[in-house]
Write a protein that binds this ligand. Structure first.
Ligand code: ADP
Length: 458
């Protein structure tokens, strides 16, 4: 890429230089030729009088005198003197002209082009006695640069242009080299970093040196590497959490069964119910995990039907009642309507609010309070689940809906958990075309606000 960039920019520099030099030369040459033409015309305007004076001095046309003034004629100019009968008296032209035309100078400068257009003009030569002859002036419409002084002047201009062009080319080459080096350097660095990340080195970061597209690419790479690292960390942490979550009910189940076998505990209804609850915990964990995966690959299809949200929330709270009572929490369900029908998947909405209220229970302090409210807002319903527990820090809030994410504070509390509950909540809300917001302050509590459309739009 560096070489391509260098070559293409260099070609642009050279082409620009050549074109601009060429047009400068053309313009200067044209302007200079225009200037010479004007000069020649002014000089020629004086010639009728000069010829008349020459005639008067000699009293007739004297060829040597005519020849002697002919080298005052501008280059390429010819004067043909004829008498009143049209007989040619003499033809005058600058004697230097033939020499110049074939001279080295003109050839060297490429200015010895043949004259394309001629201007002819006939003027009477008059004396006080009347018209004595006619002079036909013939000169190039556009003057050629063949005079030695003019050629030297043009040569000097060409030479300075050449020097300036060479200097511009040198500077252009150096600049191009520098720019291509500067542009390709961060990209080469980035390629190396990408390769290292590909080899599993997720700590790799690149230095952002500019604010341009390359800088943006570097910053996008850094965010990607950061996110990969975080995902990797969450994945590892999840394995630990899930092992823990699975082991707890399994250990408890084993203890029950061993106690039954040893006859320590009777296999009565109450103990079998406790065993069943552990099985239930396991099943719901595995179901959460499966549903989350299915939702993430876009395969979770909601079975939409009429759902009474007030009834659903009441049922969820009732389900959690034993846990809530165990922690001596108070739960308040606040709704202006005794029933509120929306289009939704009853099973998934139950999971959604179960997870939210279960979290409120898990992260509340004993004897705390949980408030659940349902409000009807035009085309939507808003359900708030508020607790006054450990809260979530501002740094954690953006991540809590990511799968496997758990805050340090919740880990320390050993409330149990795998970090999939809220990820599933998020997916279910999305499936219902709703949205979820969270407001929380550490040690003060959290408020989860779910907005769901009353009518489901496909
Ligand atoms: P978990 O199984 O760990 O509860 P979730 O996905 O339900 O997983 O929640 C993710 C994390 O968000 C939790 O580990 C916890 O740190 C935080 N969190 C969720 N709800 C609350 C809440 N009501 N109060 C405080 N922290 C919460």
């Amino acid at each position: 890429m560096r070489n391509k960039l260098f070559l293409s920019t260099l070609i642009i520099v050279i082409v620009t230089l050549l074109l601009s030099s060429f047009s400068i030369i053309l313009v200067i040459r044209d302007q200079f030729s225009h200037y010479l033409t004007k000069n020649a015309q002014t000089t020629l305007a004086q010639w009728p009088e000069r010829l008349s004076n020459l005639y008067l001095t000699k009293g007739s046309w004297d060829i040597p005198s005519l020849e002697s003034v002919s080298h005052y004629l501008p280059m390429d100019t010819q004067i043909t003197l004829t008498d009143s009968n049209g007989n040619i008296i003499h033809t005058l032209k600058n004697p230097m002209q033939d020499m110049m035309r074939d001279g080295m100078m003109g050839m060297k400068m490429g200015m010895n082009f043949p004259v394309q257009n001629w201007t002819t003009k006939t003027e009477p030569i008059t004396t006080p006695l009347g018209t004595i002859a006619f002079a036909e002036f013939r000169y190039p419409t556009s003057a050629r640069i063949i005079n030695p002084e003019d050629v030297t002047f043009m040569t000097a201009i060409f030479q300075s242009l050449l020097v300036a062009g060479a200097i511009a080319l040198l500077i252009g080459t150096l600049l191009t080299l520098w720019t291509s080096q500067r542009l390709s350097y961060p990209l080469r660095n980035l390629t190396k970093a990408v390769n290292r990340v590909g080899q599993g080195n997720l700590d790799e970061r690149v230095h952002i040196e500019s604010n341009d597209e390359v800088g943006e690419l570097a910053s996008a790479f850094n965010s990607m590497a950061q996110s990969l690292k975080q995902q990797e960390h969450l994945r590892k942490q999840f394995t630990v959490d899930i092992a823990h979550e699975l082991r707890t009910p399994l250990t408890s189940m084993r203890s029950y069964i061993e106690a039954f076998q040893d006859g320590v505990l009777p296999a009565n209804n109450e103990n079998l119910q406790a065993l069943n609850e552990e099985i239930h915990r396991l099943v719901s964990l595995v179901t959460d995990l499966k549903d989350l995966n299915v939702a993430e690959i876009g395969e979770l299809k909601p079975k939409i039907g009429p759902v009474d949200l007030v009834y659903l929330l009441d049922k969820v709270i009732l389900n959690l009642r034993p846990l809530i009572e165990e922690k001596r929490l108070s739960v308040e369900l606040d709704s202006s309507n005794s029933s509120l029908l929306i289009d939704g998947d009853e099973y998934l909405l139950t999971r959604l609010f179960y997870n939210l209220i279960h979290n409120a229970y898990k992260y509340s302090n004993p004897e705390g309070k949980i408030k659940v409210s349902v409000t009807n807002q035009q085309e939507n319903v808003v359900i708030n689940v508020i607790d006054y527990g450990i809260g979530i820090s501002q740094e954690d809030i953006p991540y809590i809906f990511e799968r496997f994410y758990r805050t340090d504070k919740s880990r320390n509390r050993e409330t149990g958990g795998t970090g999939i509950g809220l990820a599933l909540v998020h997916q279910i809300v999305k499936l219902h075309k709703g949205h979820i917001k969270v407001q929380s302050k550490q040690d003060e509590g959290s408020s989860f606000s779910v907005t769901l459309p009353i009518v489901h739009q496909k």
